[in-house]
Structure formats: C-alpha cells, structure tokens
Design a protein around this ligand. Structure first.
Ligand code: COA
Length: 623
C-alpha cells in the first residue's frame, strides 16, 4: 500500500513505524504537519491508500479525514482522550497503560478504534516510557490496524463508554500548576513522579536562586540527605542533588524560563486559574548557596554570528552548567565509576565486572556526549582495559546508546565553533581508544537507538549487537551537511563496503536493527525487550571470554589492525575528516550552525525535506 505519514516531526516513533511498514513491503512517504493547505496538497500529490499520524500536535483537516482513512496513534488506553496522556498516567501511578490506533474524525481521539495494545507501567521518565513501551506497543497496534484495513472486511469499534472494557476517559491538558512540587510536603517519590511526568517536554517549573527553571532528568538518591527540602546539597558530573522531605533527588538537566524572574504568570497558570498556587518563596539552601540570589544568568547563549536569544525557549543544559557561577558552596559528591554497586544515585558512567567480562555503562541524557563526558568515558574505558577482563562490553544507556556530540552544550559555549572542534576531537580520541584496543575483545551492546557519531562510535568495537527495536541513523548530513568524523570513513566501509556507505550517509534515512544486520552494519540483533537483550548479551560475552578460540581471535584482531594501519593510518582518516569538519565549523557556509540552532531551539519545520517526502520528489522530477 501507499501510506502517507502525517507527523509533527520524524521522531523515534515515526522512524520505527516507517522501518516496520517499509519492511512489510509498503511504500511510505512523509509529510510534516505544517498547515492545512500543505497537508491537503501532500495528499493530492501522493494519493495514498492510507494516512497514518504517528505524532501530531494539531487536528487533521476535515478535507483530508472525510475522504481518506487516517489512523491516529494515541499514547493512551481505549477511551483515553486529550493531550498529555502519558503525563497524567505517570502522575496517577497507574499500573497499566496503552496505545490506541483510532480513525480521525471531527472530534479529538474519539474516532473508531482499529487496534489497541497495553503495557505494564514503571516509574520512569516520560521520555523513556515513550521511547520503549509506547513505541513497542504502537508498532504492534499500527501493524495490526494496517493489516485489518488491508483485509477490507474489518469493522472498527466505535468508542462507547458504556462498555466495561473502555476504561479511559477524556482528560484536560495538564498545566504547570498541576505539576508544582511542594518541597515541604512532597516526598521523594512524589517529586520523582512529577519530574518524570514532564521529562523531555515541558519540564517542571520551579525556583532556583530566585529564578524560574524547568527541571528534567531526575533520579532517586538513597545515601545523601539532610538540608531544607528543595535545597541543593551536592553536585556530581553536571547534576545537582536536592534535599526532599524524606531523602534527596538528583536533577540532571535544567532549562531556564525565558522571562528571568520567577513569577506565576497567566501562562504558567494555564487556562484555568481558578486555583492559584502560592508563590514559592526563595529556596533556602545549605551553606547559603541557594535561593534568594538575584543576579541573572547572562542572556547570551553561544549565539552564532548574529543569531541570538530567539524568544522560542532557552537551552536544556546539564544543571551545573545552567547554574554556572552559583554553586561554589555546593560540595562535590564524587563517585568512582569502578566503585561497584552504589545503590540508587546519579551516575552517568559506571563499570561492572562479572567473571572475565567488564561492562562499561554510559547513560548520557538523550545520548548526547559533551567534551567532558567523552574525556571521562575515555579515561574509564582505558582504566577498564587495565582490569583483569577478556571482553569489554560497551553498554551505552538504557534509552540511547549514543547520539554523538552534545549540540546543546556546543550551542551554549562562548564559541560554538571552538566547542564543536573540542567535542569532535574528544569523540575521536574515545573512538580511537576503542578501535586500537589490543588487550581485549570488545562488544558494543545497543539497548537503545544510536544516531550520527554515536553509530560510528559503536562500529569501533569488534562486535556490534542491538536490541531488535533499535533504530540507527548512520549519517550526519541532516545536521547542516556536517561531514562527521569518529573515523567513519574507516569504520563504515569496512563493514558495509564503499557503495553502501555512500548511500547510508547520503540518504539520511533511519535503518532498523534487522536491516542493519542484513547489510553487515552490525553483527546481530535479538531480544524483544531490554531484559531479554541484556541476558543474551551476557551469554554472548561470557561465551567469547571463555572460548578456546579467544587467543586466536585476539591475535587476528591485532593483526588486522596492524595491516589496516599500514594500508592507511588512523591518523590519516582523522586528519581528512577533520579537514572537512573545520570547514563545517569555521568556513563560510553556516549550514551546520544554522541547523544546530534550529535543532536545539526546536524551531518548527517550514517544509518537509525531499529525502523524506517521496511524493514531493516525484512531483518535482515531473515538473
Ligand atoms: N545533542 C544534544 N541533544 C540531542 C542530541 C545531540 N547530539 N541528539 C538528540 N538530542 C536530544 C533532542 O534534542 C531531544 O531533546 P528533547 O527531549 O529536549 O526534545 C532528545 O535528544 C531526543 O531527540 P529526538 O530528536 O526527539 O529523538 P529521536 O529518537 O526522534 O531522533 C536522532 C534521534 C538521532 C535522529 C536525532 O535526535 C538527531 O538528529 N540528533 C542529532 C544527531 C547529531 O547530529 N549529532 C551531532 C553529530 S555527531
């Protein structure tokens, strides 16, 4: 079938559905939801058999849904209607949630139901639930719905609240007032739930040093405690630890609210200001370092040659960076990555050893790796190679393996060009350390997605395995024609050949794990869920470490590296790649800086790129 995706962006869910439908022989074209006229035009150009809306923020125009079957993917159980579905369910601590595929009609989320799936809930960030449980359930539901539609004889179920199995209800949009943390009365779990329910977007609005910040990326702390609830009691690797009534929580990322001073304005109250919250007083903090400060952060945020504060939003940054200059009195709470089981706490890099296998975890928020994180990870990796292990497994994080250099930190720097340069060099140093390892065999174990430099970093390992649902974006070009480094010109062709390497990097399309295995980009994919994947990775790594072939495998690997080095040294690949990157960062063409700016500030799309909009490609080739 010809399927048109109508979507706000080509996000992780849209990418995964694209991969799954294409794999089943459907032709998929993509149109971003920009305005009604553009949508109508896209439908006229493509004449699809079916329209699927994986991620929409506006309603589909009547001219479209009246004349075409349009499936809307709603992240809620049957009967649930309205925005902020996941936010509410996390706040309400439900045990089970789901995804429903319904047919668009004049009423939001009230159309006939074509398929629905459920999943058990866990206390986790909204973004993590979305990228894992929601995506997996949505794939099952959309595939079922598409099959039913194709059969031609399926009658979808009208929404009928009198049926006992219809448990969802219409809910109001969630407002910041619903999310407010009352540090005096909320316990750790309540604080976590509120921040998790707003993770990714929009964050929980709160006061720090008398200014308004959105909080993201929270986790529990089970050792540190004390201090007035809300006070900042420690810092570690970019995160801050705040006391709660009964313990403490870590907050990894902050986004400053545009307006500066902390006020409860109309916007904050949302559409129903009937229950005005009490303005939170400036927060007291241990050692006098928190609350009440009045000096504002400098407003200039790494603006690139004439780009400046844009009124869209501020940058989401590691908390310590967002509060730069304010935390002098807050004690560091260092944690050695090799310290073993540290209980519940914040850590972005840690090492575990089981028998002869070392597992190096690096769970960086959104998979973005800043200069400093790349350096710390390289240090940890080199320390791991000194351990008594035969195999090192590079675990990434549960939600992402890696998405390459940290574009937010780069945007925030005084000179984004200089910071881009430092960051890519730190990534290269890390990649090289892995690629050149002669003392162990290495495995990259991708529990979550990888994009851009993150994909090529994984290829530095001897073996690459991914969970079945993982999506790869092995290209940089979408970021303003960025050339990329991470030794990709060495690592990619040696796995897939020159022709395919060129196609992958130029086409800019996502690749599913199964397709990645078929083309040789990775060595295997398995595991329906994370637990299953991790269990099999452990078996594989143990098997490799205990294999009688281990010494010869290690010898072969060293010999191959030496041979490759003689043919063309790693330094030469790097120098060539960085030559291109220098032009991207410092040259006359500002495309990378513009694309990065648009990406980090989430500037809405003005059109759908032709590499996604097949219908527009066809139209332009006929013109
Ligand atoms: N630096 C900073 N933030 C990044 C990032 C990066 N390299 N890659 C992803 N993110 C952030 C996004 O801004 C988004 O943040 P939000 O939660 O605040 O909205 C979050 O990670 C998730 O990204 P999103 O684009 O929504 O995820 P996705 O799964 O739909 O798409 C990618 C994944 C990899 C295709 C997309 O994120 C991307 O193009 N990233 C940039 C990759 C890149 O060019 N890296 C630099 C060159 S090495």
């Amino acid at each position: 079938m010809k399927i048109l995706f109508l979507t706000h962006s080509f996000n992780s869910l849209a990418q995964r559905l694209y991969i799954e439908l294409a794999r089943r022989g459907h032709e998929v074209s993509i149109e971003f939801d920009i305005n009604d006229a553009v949508t109508v035009q896209a439908v006229e150009l493509y004449r699809p058999d079916l329209i699927v809306a994986p991620f929409l923020k506006r309603i589909i125009p009547e001219a479209v849904w009246r004349n075409h079957v349009c499936f809307v993917v709603h992240p809620g159980i049957v009967g649930d209607r309205g925005p902020s579905a996941l936010d509410w369910v996390i706040m309400h601590d439900c045990a089970e949630w789901g995804v429903t595929v319904l047919q668009a009609n004049g009423e939001i989320d009230a159309g006939d139901i074509w398929a629905a799936e459920t999943f058990p809930m866990r206390l986790a960030k909204k973004s993590s639930l979305y990228r894992n449980e929601v995506v997996e359930a949505a794939v099952r539901a959309v595939l079922a719905a598409v099959e039913r539609f194709q059969s031609g004889n399926y009658k979808p179920m009208p929404l009928d609240y009198s049926r006992p199995e219809v448990r969802g209800r219409l809910h109001a949009p969630i407002r910041q007032v619903d999310r407010v943390i009352d540090w005096q009365s909320d316990d750790t779990r309540a604080v976590l739930k509120k921040i998790h329910a707003a993770d990714g977007f929009p964050g929980v609005l709160d006061a720090l040093y008398g200014e308004a910040y959105y909080l993201f990326d929270a986790c529990a702390e089970d050792t540190l405690c004390g201090g007035e609830p809300g006070a900042i009691i420690a810092r570690r690797n970019g995160a801050i630890c705040r006391a709660t009534r009964d313990g403490a929580v870590w907050i990894g990322h902050l986004k400053r609210k545009n307006e500066g001073a902390y006020t409860f304005d109309q916007n904050y109250l949302g559409s129903n200001p009937s229950q005005p919250p009490q303005p939170t007083p400036a927060l007291p903090c241990q050692g006098g370092s928190g609350g009440g400060g009045s000096s504002a952060l400098p407003l200039t945020r790494g603006s690139w040659r004439g780009f400046g504060s844009n009124g869209l939003s501020e940058l989401k940054l590691p908390a310590v960076l967002a509060l730069e200059g304010r935390l002098a009195d807050v004690p560091e709470a260092p944690l050695d990555p090799f310290s073993g089981n540290a209980g519940e706490t914040y850590r972005d890099i840690w090492f575990e050893q089981k028998n002869d296998v070392g597992y190096l975890h690096f769970a960086f928020y959104n998979g973005a790796m800043s200069t400093e994180q790349c350096m710390r990870l390289r240090e940890a990796y080199l320390a791991a190679t000194q351990r008594e292990v035969r195999v090192i497994v590079l675990m990434g994080g549960a939600d992402f393996w890696s998405n390459g250099i940290n574009l937010n930190c780069i945007e925030n720097a005084a000179s984004p060009a200089d910071e881009s340069w430092r960051n890519i060099n730190a990534m290269d140093d890390l990649t090289r350390a892995i690629a050149a390892t002669g003392s162990q065999l290495t495995i990259a174990a991708l529990q979550g997605n990888a994009g851009a430099g993150g994909v090529f970093l994984s290829l530095a390992a001897d073996h690459v395995y991914a969970r079945e649902g993982v999506v790869f974006n092995p290209h940089y070009k979408g970021m303003g024609n960025l050339y990329g480094s991470e030794y990709w010109t060495y690592l990619l062709p040696r796995r897939v050949g020159e022709a395919r390497a060129a196609a992958l990097t130029q086409n800019r399309l996502p690749v599913g794990a199964a397709e990645a295995r078929e083309m040789g980009l990775i060595d295997g994919c398995f595991g329906t869920d994370r637990e299953d994947f991790l269990a099999r990775i452990e078996q594989l790594a143990e098997g490799l470490a205990a294999s009688p072939d281990y010494p010869s495998l290690l010898r072969e690997k060293i010999a191959r590296r030496e041979r490759d080095e003689r043919e063309k040294p790693l330094d030469a690949y790097r120098a060539e790649e960085l030559q291109h990157m220098k032009l991207n960062f410092y040259g006359f063409d500002p495309s990378y800086h513009v694309a990065r700016y648009n990406f980090v500030y989430k500037v809405p799309h003005a059109w759908t790129p032709l590499y996604l909009a097949r219908h527009r490609r066809i139209a332009s080739s006929l013109a």
